[in-house]
Unconditional design. Structure first.
Length: 533
């Protein structure tokens, strides 16, 4: 078993990362969303809560701010809010010279029963399960042969809480290729999501056949030998490749009845009106080998987020079923490499606690953002208007990082909402509102600042939202380069990047075609999480 640990090198890279962005105040640098100190980031990987630490691994390029040399970056947290950069966990084999293997997306588990046999002296091994992308034809140390660009599923283990890793070279890839009937799909076979299924005492892996819109389900006793037991798909949205799947249970309406959620990334083929990638979900049942969708869940596509910048979402393992937290890449493959940020590129979404509720007679995913609430209460401003007139109403709240909750009822207006990240003359602005005629929540970033780097960026994005008892509720999270909106109880969400000018700090209400009644606003500035506790 060969060790693939380069601790000194990755530690140096980590130090370089931190030094390169000491104050985290570069233009557009998010203040409470995770970003790497420098270089390119995309999909979250291996999210796990272990020994009271949250581990966030992610697709990372140690050599630049565009996609390449795919490795696993690593950060840790005790609260999902403040993150500490760690050494690169899995670095592309051969980097920076002739790369022979890249480490694509996957998951991580704590093998508490040491089923793998990797644990020693009572140490619980953390196992990373990832897609090996082989760049050249080669015969591996395991004796297995691979073609150029072939993808297989491999494992590595850590005995020091995820800091250093040993690849299982004598056996990798542990899932060498897809089943025989899909032998022609070896170049599009990736993104394993692995979890322990207690009722069957088995490990379960969900792997995507991206171009066929299928999820292959495998089971294992030891994480080393895997058996293909079933498949799921295609259903609902199939406009692009299926990537980054996950499968997890949630109680329905807080009761003992559990449903299972299949969460699936699409690229392209995201929500209607978005330019590229997106994330859907399907509600159903899982018996340890087979996922079966509920009939009502395949009558229409269910989007985790209707915005353009929420992709490759996965949840943290190692947490109770009632405390399921989702995290996504807050970017889009359509323009991800072109967004105007340096020395880093891409951010993570806000962590979102998930629940499942019956809304409009359907089992619906509900999302609650996780923020540092404790520092907000003494700065929160609450205001009420019996009626807000047509036009724009300036607010006293200013800033580039805000948490605002707005409730209101229809009166005479067609649209009502809040303008954020605006310049004093409103030449730059991002509108977040609700259209009473169409019954849709929306983000309008057509005038949000720098929109010229991609022809699809300047657009308006919509999500259906039914008022509750005639009242619309929306929570708006504004960071230096993003807006996330949660409608109702969190049953719909919209996430969009924005790149405003540094002086775009003003906030207004807007009401079109008439007044809006019963308006309540609660708003608080959000402090930077970098360098604070």
């Amino acid at each position: 078993m060969a060790s693939y640990v380069r601790r000194a090198l990755v530690l140096c890279l980590s130090i370089v990362q931190v030094v390169s962005a000491q104050d985290y105040t570069e233009p557009y640098r998010p203040q409470y969303h995770f970003t790497p100190a420098s270089n390119w980031m995309n999909d979250p990987n291996g999210l796990i809560y272990h020994n009271e630490i949250y581990h966030f691994f992610y697709q990372y390029n140690p050599g630049g701010s565009k996609w390449g040399a795919m490795s696993w970056g690593h950060a840790t947290s005790t609260d999902l809010i403040h993150w500490e950069h760690q050494p690169v966990a899995l670095q592309a084999r051969g980097f920076p010279g002739n790369i022979t293997e890249m480490y694509y997306s996957g998951s991580a588990v704590a093998d508490v029963n040491n089923t793998s046999g990797f644990g020693t002296d009572g140490q619980i091994p953390i196992i990373a399960i990832y897609t090996s992308h082989y760049t050249v034809e080669q015969t591996l140390p395991s004796g297995k042969s691979v073609q150029p660009s072939q993808q297989g599923q491999s494992i590595a283990y850590s005995l020091d809480e995820g800091i250093t890793w040993t690849t299982y070279d004598v056996g990798n890839p542990v899932i060498h290729e897809p089943p025989a009937e899909y032998a022609d799909q070896i170049l599009e076979f990736r993104d394993p999501a692995v979890f322990w299924h207690a009722p069957s005492s088995k490990w379960v892996a969900v792997v995507s056949l991206t171009k066929l819109h299928k999820l292959l389900i495998y089971t294992s006793d030891n994480l080393k030998e895997w058996e293909h037991v079933s498949e799921f798909g295609p259903v609902n949205a199939v406009g692009g490749m299926w990537e980054c799947p996950s499968l997890f249970p949630l109680p329905l309406d807080g009761d003992e009845e559990e449903k299972w959620i299949a969460q699936i990334g699409l690229n392209p083929g995201g929500p209607p009106g978005t330019p590229g990638s997106g994330t859907q979900y399907v509600v159903g049942q899982f018996d340890g080998t087979t996922f079966t969708a509920d009939p009502e869940s395949v009558e229409q596509t269910n989007w985790v987020d209707y915005g353009p910048d929420f992709y490759a979402a996965i949840t943290f393992g190692g947490m109770p079923v009632t405390d399921r937290v989702n995290l996504a890449w807050m970017n889009n493959w359509k323009y991800g490499e072109m967004i105007p940020t340096e020395p880093w590129r891409s951010a993570a979404s806000i962590p979102r606690r998930l629940s499942l509720s019956t809304i409009n007679d359907r089992a619906t995913l509900v999302q609650e953002p996780i923020l540092q609430e404790g520092k907000c209460w003494n700065k929160r401003r609450n205001k009420h208007w019996d009626s807000v007139p047509a036009g724009t109403t300036a607010l006293n709240s200013t800033g580039k990082a805000l948490d605002a909750t707005l409730t209101f009822s229809k009166s005479e207006s067609t649209e009502f909402g809040i303008i954020v990240q605006a310049t004093s003359d409103l030449s730059e602005q991002t509108r977040v509102g609700y259209n009473f005629t169409t019954g849709q929540l929306f983000i309008d970033r057509t005038k949000s600042g720098d929109v010229g780097f991609d022809d699809s960026f300047a657009a308006v994005y919509y999500a259906p939202l039914t008022p509750k008892d005639g009242v619309v509720t929306m929570r708006v999270l504004v960071d230096w380069s993003s807006v996330e909106v949660f409608g109702g109880a969190g049953e719909v969400a919209l996430t969009a990047q924005i790149f405003p000018s540094d002086d775009a700090v003003y906030t207004h209400l807007f009401s079109t075609d008439g007044s809006t009644s019963g308006v309540k606003l609660s708003v608080c500035p959000v402090e930077s999480v970098w360098g604070t506790k």
